[in-house]
Design a protein around this ligand. Structure first.
Ligand code: HEC
Length: 405
């Protein structure tokens, strides 16, 4: 009898398990893809899918296209014509794309067409398709590697310093191409480049940490007042606080921006702290009030009888006892502000935070999305760490308000 019931239970729950597993896979596969992509080189990202990182590598030595079109004159190792040594990185760097190589090949060499015997296909796209593997091959020759299996941290480095050059920051620093941009000089100073994710990370921290602290301090004080202080109109005030939460944040953007301009705190950290704190507080007060209000009345009453004033009761009783609620509130507040884009875009345009900086890194022609993968993972590195460290408070926070105590 017993084994059957167990089997029955397994099968009755089977659809649920299947659904959960399916959902996890659906969520995780794209994230995994993005994660793997963030470690692949720019060339690899542009030419093959991320799963190629796990496949056995095709031999890039002696690409058939190269042998067909170029080897006759340039030799199998690209070195036969010393005036045009295809294994030199400086030369290869001049042709980052198939289109630029095609442009060069169309120019005659010594008054004769560059490709004398085997002209490239006349349809432009076919020619580009033929040239992409040649570029990859030339890069292999020059030691820059078009090897799609090679993993590196270069996307992260590029994202941190905000480099959008031809190759990656580190190799462009070696060839000297980075210095030509006029922005980078390949010293530690590049970390402070205003277009990079490094500086944006600091900006985000400078927005998030003070805001979270402000919200926690003021919400705890207000929650104590609403729960244990007897003053006139307390219920009405609390109802108003809850009611005003339905006002959407977007409605207040323009009036507050005008106010900030008049107060000269537009695009300052003070302005954005106040804004986030203002919009975080109602919910925070509501959550903490429920928690503090549900603490046993007796302990407060005996404290008052012993002569404790409200300040002492708040500090010695309410605050320590509501630590679990404060912790989960803090985590959620931190992550909300961390992920905010709209408010930061409007009220802190001069100091881009991570979310805003990612949009700045997007190339209008969609050229450099390999950097975006690195940037995306940098931007949720810290929320990720917080999530894993405070997992239990997280679940607690999700249940806060729905379950007492
Ligand atoms: C008919 C012979 C011939 C073939 C085929 C040929 N090249 Fe060349 N290529 C030359 C010669 C000659 C030069 C040197 C020109 C000079 O003196 O500057 C040259 C120069 C170059 C340069 C250097 C241009 C520069 O920046 O000065 C590149 C890059 C190049 N070839 C790429 C290719 C590629 C890629 C192919 C195959 C698709 C190819 N070549 C096929 C003869 C050839």
């Amino acid at each position: 009898m017993k084994p059957f019931t167990r089997l029955n239970r397994f099968f009755s729950r089977f659809p649920l398990h299947l659904a959960v597993i399916l959902m996890c896979v659906l969520w995780l596969i794209p994230t995994l893809g993005l994660f793997v992509t963030s470690f692949r080189t720019r060339e690899a990202v542009r030419t093959t899918g991320w799963w190629h990182a796990f496949l056995p590598q095709a031999q890039t030595v002696g690409q058939p296209e190269y042998t067909k079109y170029c080897a006759a004159c340039h030799g199998a190792d690209g070195k036969k014509i010393t005036a045009a040594d295809l294994s030199s990185p400086t030369l290869v760097n001049q042709y980052p794309s198939a289109a630029s190589l095609l442009l060069m090949l169309r120019k005659p060499v010594n008054n004769a067409p560059h490709l004398l015997n085997t002209p490239l296909p006349s349809a432009p796209t076919d020619a580009l398709n033929a040239l992409t593997p040649i570029i990859t091959y030339m890069q292999t020759l020059s030691g820059q590697g078009g090897n799609t299996g090679k993993l590196s941290l270069s996307n992260y480095v590029d994202a941190i310093v905000g480099y959008k050059g031809l190759q990656d920051y580190l190799s462009d620093c070696q060839t000297g191409a980075a210095a030509k941009t006029g922005v980078f000089n390949c010293t530690a100073g590049d970390l402070a480049n205003p277009a990079g994710m490094g500086i944006a990370m600091l900006n985000t921290l400078a927005v998030t940490i003070p805001t979270t602290l402000l919200v926690i301090v003021f919400a705890a004080l207000a929650a104590y007042a609403f729960a244990w202080l007897d003053f006139k109109g307390r219920q009405w005030l609390f109802a108003l606080l809850i009611g005003l939460q339905i006002v959407p944040l977007q409605m207040s953007l323009v009036p507050i921006a005008q106010l900030y301009t008049r107060l000269h705190i537009q695009s300052t950290f003070l302005g954005i702290w106040l804004f986030h704190a203002g919009f975080g507080l109602p919910y925070a007060i509501y959550l903490l009030r429920n928690f503090i209000g549900s603490l046993p009345r007796e302990i407060f009453e005996s404290a008052y009888l012993d002569g404790a004033n409200h300040w002492a009761a708040f500090r010695r009783l309410a605050l320590p006892l509501s630590m679990p609620a404060i912790a989960s509130l803090g985590i959620f507040q931190f992550i909300w502000v961390w992920n905010d884009f709209l408010v930061a875009k409007i009220f802190l345009s001069t100091h881009p935070v991570l979310t805003v900086q990612i949009t700045n890194l997007i190339d209008p022609r969609g050229q450099n999305w390999h950097i975006l993968t690195g940037a995306a993972f940098l931007s949720f590195l810290i929320p990720m760490i917080i999530f894993f460290v405070f997992q239990r408070s997280f679940v607690h926070g999700l249940l806060a308000g729905s379950v007492k105590g």
